[in-house]
Design a protein around this ligand. Structure first.
Ligand SMILES: [Zn+2]
Ligand SMILES: [Zn+2]
Length: 291
């Protein structure tokens, strides 16, 4: 088994994965786009943006950033209290962020009622943003439009959220949610791996793309009835080498967390192989999802 990536851009193989909820939805969830709008987005995504242009509005980006100040404020301009375990928003005050201030961070101490009742296999989750307009468009452009440069934006946002989170425990290694072989062949890349690479570079944490493998292709979670999602993803992951996992704090990286069941299943696989702690690091969190 290959070791962790040692340098940015190091050749990695197998791509990895995605939340199964990543495939273009046949029946759209609330908040996702219609097929027509998706097509329009993809068409727009195929345009080559000039260097220095905001990825959302095409205006002049902030120096060293991929967004302009206004779009940055729209995406990351408010911090909300979140459950430290699952990153679902908690009731409480929103805090306006000054431009350039750290991204919204999960609060390690507070735990939502749902996690108190049924603690997931992961120990903590950190999300950089809600899965909502306009950043949901960026997620779709990365995933379905192949705009891999957006992974750097997501990785940076996550790194900023990590650095702004009080008492955040840094994982020893990052692992993207792996894709099944068929999904990987169709897409040609795993956006979770691309985000993990960008995040790992910023935080100086090794990325190990093959710490776990998806042993069979599963139906996209978005196409499965909520009541069947747990069964759909059950036993989907295998851990190849217990020695790489045992006693370690593993950070699982993904683009979007919706129900959290994919992350829970992967975290459970790592825990069965002796992982000491699991932290999920997701760019965007779908707001309260109780199905
Ligand atoms: Zn903009
Ligand atoms: Zn929670």
């Amino acid at each position: 088994m290959p070791g962790p990536e040692s340098a940015p851009g190091a050749a990695v193989a197998a791509p990895a994965a995605i939340d199964a909820g990543a495939a273009p939805p046949a029946r759209l969830r609330p908040g996702l786009l219609s097929r027509g709008r998706l097509r329009a987005l993809l068409a727009r995504a195929s345009h080559t943006l000039l260097p220095g242009a905001c990825v959302l509005c095409g205006g002049e980006a902030w120096t060293g950033m991929q967004t302009c100040q206004q779009c940055h404020a729209q995406i990351f301009g408010t911090a909300r209290p979140r459950c430290g375990v699952c990153a679902n928003p908690l009731a409480g005050q929103w805090h306006a962020q000054a431009p350039g201030a750290p991204m919204p961070a999960s609060r390690g101490g507070a735990v939502c009622g749902r996690c108190l009742a049924h603690r997931p296999a992961f120990d903590a989750t950190l999300a950089a943003a809600d899965y909502a307009m306009p950043q949901d468009q960026l997620v779709l452009q990365l995933k379905f439009g192949g705009r891999l440069a957006l992974a750097a934006l997501f990785g940076r946002a996550l790194a900023d959220a990590v650095q702004a989170a009080p008492g955040f425990e840094r994982p020893a290694v990052l692992c993207p949610v792996p894709l099944g072989p068929q999904r990987l062949a169709e897409r040609g890349f795993n956006q979770a791996l691309e985000i993990a690479r960008a995040l790992g570079r910023r935080l100086d944490i090794a990325v190990h793309p093959r710490l776990a493998a998806r042993v069979h292709d599963t139906a996209a979670q978005s196409l499965v009835q909520p009541s069947e999602r747990r069964a759909n993803i059950a036993h989907a992951f295998a851990v190849a080498d217990r020695a790489l996992v045992e006693g370690r704090h593993i950070g699982i990286v993904d683009d979007v967390m919706t129900s959290g069941q994919t992350l829970d299943e992967l975290a459970a696989a790592f825990k069965r192989h002796g992982a000491a702690r699991i932290t999920c690091l997701v760019f965007a969190r779908t707001p309260p999802h109780y199905s």
